[in-house]
Design a protein. Sequence first.
Length: 397
Amino acid sequence: MLQEAQEFHQSIYDNDWNKFINLLEAGVDINYKAKDDVNALHIAAFKGNVAMAQKLLDAGININDVMSNGATSLFIAAKFNHLNIMALLIEREADLNKTLDNGYSPLSTCIANKNVDAAKLLITAGADIYSDDLIGALEFLVAQFPANKEFILNEYYKRLDERNALLPECDRSAYAQDNEVVVVRYKEPIPWVPKEFPCHKVTVYNKGPEKLPESSYYNVTNIPNVGFYDGTILKHIVDNYYKLPLRTLFVQAFPYDGYLFISMDRYFSKTSSSCNNIIAKCQFANLTQESLSLQQSDFSNGNYKLFNYQNNNLTNFALNNLGNNIPEALPMIWNSQFAVDREVVHRHSQEYYQKLLATIDYAQYPIEAFYFERLWDQIFAESLSNKLGECEDLNLS
C-alpha cells in the first residue's frame, strides 16, 4: 500500500532500523518510487546507510534503477562521498559508468565535489577514464596528491592496452595517407604513443639534449630547441606543406595536462568541434582581454622568466600577422593541441606559414608562443583577401 511504502522511505531517511525491518519483512513494495522517481536504495545511498542498502539489495531491488534525472544509487553515493555504500554497490556489480541525462558520470561528480578517495575507488574498480574524464581526474587528483598521476595514467594505459588487444593487425602505411600524429618532445618519456596510436603514422620532433631511440611506432627527427612548441608546428607545416595527409594531429610530449579529446584517436573521427577551423576543445575568449591579461602577467617568476616578453602585445601581433578583419571574440585553445585538415592548411600559401614561423623561431622561449596557442583557430581561418583573390581568378565582378 502507498502509505506503507511512504513510511518505508521515511524509515530510511530517519535511520529507523526497527521500522525499516518490520516493513521490509511485512512485504512492503521495495520498488516504490516517490517524487523525482526516488526509490529506497537511492535514499539509503544518500544517507550512507550500508546495512539498509545491503538488505534492499538482498531483497532484490534494482541496483541500477535511476531517478528522473538519470542518477543511480552509485552516482548518489559518489556525490556525497559515502565510500562504504560505494564499495557495497561496486561489489554487487553496479554500473560504474551510467550517467545522468546530461552525461555526468559517477567519476565526474567525484571530481566536481573533490572526493579523492571516491574517485580512486571508482577508477580502481574499472570506471571509464577512457573518456574526457581522464583529464579531469588528472587535474583534480594530481592537484590533491602528485603521486596520483602515476596511478591515473597506469589505469588509463590499462584501458588502452585492453582496447588494442582487440584490434586487428594494422598496416601503418595505409593510415599514413589519411592521418599523422606529430609529437613535440624535449626530454619527456612518451610511453603513451604506441598505446594511443598503435596504427597511425607518428612523427616525434626531439628538441632535447638526449637522442630518442628509434621505435617501430614512430619516426624521430632531431631539431634545434627554438620556437617553443608552436614553432615546431609551423616548421612541420612548412616542411611538409605539399605532402600533408588528410588530417594532422599536433600534441605535446605529455598531452594530458590540458583540454584534450580522450582517447586521442577521436581527433581522427570527429568532423567538427567547438572551434571553427581546427579540431580541438576551444573556448571563446575576448582578444583584447587576453592581450591585457598577458601584459599584466608576472614573467619574472618560475619558468615564465625564461620567456622573451619585451614586445608583449597579443592584439598587435594578431593584427600585424593575420590581418585587420579579426573578430574580437575568438575560439581559443591554451595548450596548442589540435588536429587540422590539409584542405584547411591549404587555405593559405606555404609562404604565409614561413612568415609566421619567422616570428617565433628566433629564441628558445619566445613570447609569441603565448600568442599562437590563443590564435591557432584564427590562423587557419579563410581570410577576406583569399576570397577576393578567388573572385579575381574567376573573373567575377
